[in-house]
Design a protein around this ligand. Structure first.
Ligand code: PLP
Length: 275
């Protein structure tokens, strides 16, 4: 078995040697935030944007990090690995309590944990299920509290789906672990960023690349009924890249993975993401 290289509280080791206390607040409260940092040909993709988003996440939950140390640890995981393509997972946790208590002590030290793992970034055609967004009100924070995503995605899995598309009171938000785009009338649409959506780094790379190529992207509030007339749709994330939706199992639609606007967007994206 391949040994997974990891770093816990600044010490590098293989993952099986790392010991975490059950009183870690990551364990008892999901009191932690994380990043998934993709690399391709041994080069981190949009590294600074990921570090900036991690900084925004820790600021939002009142944790202080040394971002130079975090950056060094991520770079060291990458340089000590022989992987060409993959991602680094990095988590920051509030720390360990002496007893389980909702109210944390101001004296606890943060815990940090990272590991490196391969990823093929192969483009997969997706089967998805539309469902209600039952998550909390701060989905813009990249928190490890992902129970609502886990439950909805596993319900979708039981219907042979790879992902979900969520809506709050009919308004499209995002997918379980990615952002949503769709095309209609020769335009590209994506839900505008709010507290209900994670500001995906891949989403922003794609929007910028499309704008640079003269393709307009409309960000706004869209009812899921708009998907009925969409000609294509896709999801973006650091590990999926840009993955086309082949089928939404529980609504009528006419999505095509051969849609010409989707194909143009995908070419523009791949040229920007995989460099
Ligand atoms: N939305 C959610 C809920 C996610 O979990 C993710 C990634 O894990 C994304 C969007 C995409 O974000 P990124 O492109 O930064 O990977």
């Amino acid at each position: 078995m391949r040994q997974i290289k990891a770093v816990f509280n600044g010490s590098f080791d293989s993952i099986e040697n790392i010991k975490v206390s059950p009183f870690s607040r990551a364990y008892t409260f999901s009191d932690s935030v994380y990043e998934v940092l993709p690399f391709y040909n041994k080069k981190l993709i949009a590294f600074e944007s990921h570090i900036l988003r991690l900084q925004r996440s820790v600021d939002a939950i009142n944790i202080t990090i040394d971002s130079k140390k975090v950056t060094d640890e991520i770079n060291q995981l990458l340089s000590s690995s022989d992987l060409e393509n993959g991602y680094v997972y990095y988590q920051v946790t509030r720390g360990q309590d002496l007893i389980r208590s909702h109210m944390y002590s101001d004296q606890i030290d943060i815990e940090t944990f990272g590991y490196i793992t391969p990823c093929s970034f192969e483009t997969k055609k997706l089967n998805v299920m539309l469902c209600e967004d039952t998550r909390w009100g701060r989905c813009d924070i990249k928190s490890t509290s992902l129970l609502a995503n886990v439950l909805s995605m596993n319900n979708a899995k039981s219907h042979a789906c790879d992902e979900i598309i969520m809506h709050k009171d009919g308004v499209l938000t995002e997918a379980g672990a990615s952002n949503l785009f769709f095309t209609a009338n020769e335009n590209v649409y994506t839900p505008a960023l709010t507290n209900n959506i994670l500001p995906g780094i891949t989403r922003s790379i794609l929007i910028e690349a499309l704008l640079d190529s003269g393709i307009k992207v409309v960000e706004g509030d869209f009812n899921y009924n708009e998907l009925h007339k969409a000609t294509s749709a896709w999801l973006t994330s650091s590990t999926k890249g840009m993955a086309p939706i082949e089928n939404i199992i529980n609504i009528e639609h006419s999505l095509s993975v051969d849609d010409s606007l989707y194909i143009s967007c995908k070419e523009i994206f791949d040229a920007k993401f995989f460099i």
